[in-house]
Design a protein around this ligand. Structure first.
Ligand SMILES: Nc1ncnc2c1ncn2[C@@H]1O[C@H](COP(=O)(O)OP(=O)(O)OP(=O)(O)O)[C@@H](O)[C@H]1O
Length: 625
């Protein structure tokens, strides 16, 4: 019969014989893994003691072996222990089959099942006076960590021994699992607490009776309270709880994030707060979490999301005329200064682009750039837009643009649209560095530089419709931006830059022929740069031609077309040539060097293209290599 089909005890005997193990060989010591075992031993000790004390049948000892089968603990009936010792059985003795022959401990470890062996089932003589019932002890991962066994005299074999060791080994396994779970839960809790303390938001966990269960450290700075002494006390005894929060806690309601005023030892503080009740699986109320965020962190977030940033710099402002140079000089001076800036100029001259450039060149460049058009907002809403709204029990508070621009610049467009009352509030806010929100009484500090633009402010001051003291405050620096008709050839520079941008947007070359440029230059542009932008955009979109001519211009502008004459300024002719050269270069590049295609794109003959390339020294190879 093959040994594999034999029962486990006989298989073990067959192995011992195959290895010529001498049944008369004495007990031998084995290796003890103390480091790994020390923890289990402490746990097992209490199991052994329970096992022993619970038993009504003295006359046995409990043996614990490590995963190699070495005895690491032996306790119980002193008579049995004495007898065992007389046969050389004790701490450190190995019950591994290789040295101790067939026995229940080795079988339990080898087969991962409970076993009992007794008398002459044992292979070695020194074990034959005894009976063993053993069960493996499993780790939480299911590995055999060792074995638990009951040792009796062979003739006094205990009928319940196997059941007892199985139950005790299982209890040990459960204990190990519980310990693992507890350790994991503790680790997770430590991670959670560490996380709570590092996040920028403050958190208060309030229990069902209003007591503070947990406070993150951030709460200490936001509300100016002592975290240590607060824990466990009723929240209302530590700080006055604002009514909206108290109501949400009392009614076990959720409160969406909103601005709430807390009376802290440092005075009234506006904090963005939310409340969320927490329920367990059986819908039992465990308490509520209050979240607290300092208003400035929300301001920064709003700026990032809403993009309260200035993109233009002085380099983006096109203009070489003397009038523009003068405006740029004034603007640079303003950027270096600290007071408010008044931008004067007709509609569409580029006041906003100047405002952004000043902001970006100033020491507030890192702060927000917030724009508000006083004319575009209905009068009754302008107050709340500028100064914000104080929260009530029914309505959450909201900061205004003056608060949102903290640390940066506010660009107030059409400031002449402010009512007299609004002018007064604005003046007070500038002078005090603080404002009172609409419907509130609490001062909120502001730190903002004003750049303003308005229509005929001086005239309004004279008529008594604009406060002279406010005008004086707002005009620490004045920048006069000239109308486009006073900027000479800047029109051509701007037009060329704009058609280049349009070419990129449309993905095809767009250029203006010299006569069209001359007409643009001569037109008085009542709508200034914005009108120029709109006209060119419309032309490029409605005409498929690459070179736009006078015929493509709106009639009101085309009327100003006069062929170039000797009387034209040499700088104009130069600018027109530059523009033409530029258009040719772009067309050749777009056509990948094929001149027939480039000529078609430009709407001129191949021969004319050749002539112009020679005149402007354009080499095709330079463009396509
Ligand atoms: N010098 C310039 N260089 C380049 N682009 C300009 C220049 N001036 C104005 N623009 C462009 O013209 C358009 C109108 O400019 P902007 O909005 O700054 O004018 P504005 O004076 O503030 O107008 P409004 O008075 O109507 O508010 C914008 O698209 C701007 O980018």
């Amino acid at each position: 019969m093959p040994t594999s089909s034999l029962p486990p005890i006989q298989r073990s005997w067959a192995r011992c014989q195959a290895h010529s193990l001498d049944p008369a060989s004495p007990p031998q010591t084995g290796p003890v893994n103390l480091a790994v075992w020390s923890h289990l031993q402490a746990l097992a000790r209490s199991s052994i003691e329970n096992l022993y004390q619970l038993s009504e049948h003295p006359g046995f000892a409990v043996v614990i072996c490590d995963e190699q089968g070495t005895i690491i603990d032996l306790a119980g009936d002193s008579e049995i222990i004495d007898q065992a010792q007389q046969h050389g059985i004790g701490y450190g003795i190995s019950l591994a089959e290789e040295v101790a022959g067939t026995n229940a401990v080795d079988l339990a470890l080898r087969e991962a099942l409970p076993y009992q062996t007794g008398g002459d089932e044992h292979y070695c003589n020194w074990l034959q006076p005894f009976a063993l019932a053993a069960a493996p002890i499993f780790s939480p991962d299911g590995e055999a960590l060792g074995a638990l066994a009951i040792l009796t005299l062979a003739e006094a074999h205990h009928p319940y021994a196997l059941g007892m060791v199985i139950a005790a080994a299982q209890a040990l396994h459960s204990q190990l699992r519980a310990e693992r779970l507890l350790n994991e839960a503790n680790d997770q809790l430590s991670e959670l607490y560490a996380t709570l303390d590092t996040i920028n938001e403050g958190l208060i966990f309030v229990g069902p009776n209003g007591e503070i269960r947990r406070l993150s450290r951030r709460v200490a700075n936001i509300l100016d309270i002592n975290v240590r002494s607060a824990a466990g006390r009723p929240l209302s005894s530590v700080i006055a709880v604002p009514p909206v929060i108290a109501t949400a806690l009392h009614n076990l309601n959720t409160l969406d994030e909103q601005e709430v005023i807390w009376q802290t030892p440092n005075g009234a503080q506006a904090v963005i707060c939310g409340v969320r009740p927490v329920w367990d699986r059986s819908r039992r109320y465990l308490g509520s979490v209050i979240t607290l965020r300092p208003t400035e962190s929300v301001r920064q977030l709003v700026q990032q999301v809403v993009g309260a940033q200035a993109t233009f710099t002085f380099r983006d402002i096109i203009g070489q005329s003397e009038s523009m140079r003068q405006a740029l000089r004034q603007a640079r001076l303003a950027a270096a200064g600290r007071g408010a800036v008044l931008l004067r100029g007709e509609a569409g001259v580029g006041k906003e682009i100047f405002a952004q450039a000043i902001h970006n060149a100033s020491n507030r460049a890192g702060g927000p750039f917030v724009r508000i058009s006083c004319a575009a907002i209905p009068h009754q809403l302008l107050d709340s837009e500028l100064f914000g709204v104080e929260g009530t029990d029914r309505q959450p508070g909201r900061p205004g643009k003056l608060e949102l621009a903290y640390g940066g610049v506010i660009y107030l467009e059409a400031i002449d649209a402010l009512s007299f009352d609004q002018q007064t509030s604005l003046l007070r806010a500038i002078e005090m560095g603080r404002l009172i929100r609409t419907g509130g009484a609490r001062p909120v500090s502001i730190d903002v530089r004003m750049i303003v633009a308005g229509h005929d402010l001086e005239q309004l001051v004279q008529e008594g419709r604009f406060r002279a003291d406010l005008y004086a405050r707002l005009s620490a620096f004045i920048v006069d931006i000239p109308p486009l008709r006073q900027r000479g050839n800047d029109v051509i520079l701007l037009a060329n830059q704009m058609v280049q941008r349009l070419s990129e947007q449309l993905g095809r070359p767009v250029a203006l022929d010299p006569d069209a440029l001359a007409a643009l230059r001569a037109y008085p542009w009542p709508g200034n740069v914005r009108e120029l932008e709109v006209v060119l955009e419309r032309m490029a979109q409605t005409s498929a031609k690459s070179v736009l001519t006078v015929n493509d211009l709106p009639p009101a502008i085309a009327r100003h077309a006069t062929p170039l004459t000797m009387a034209d300024s040499p700088r104009l002719a130069e600018a027109q040539e530059l523009s033409e050269r530029d258009a040719i270069v772009r067309a050749i590049r777009t056509a990948g060097g094929r001149l027939g295609r480039a000529a078609a794109l430009l709407g001129i003959s191949r021969a004319t293209l050749w002539r112009k390339m020679t005149r402007y020294h354009i080499a095709r190879d330079d463009l396509t290599s």
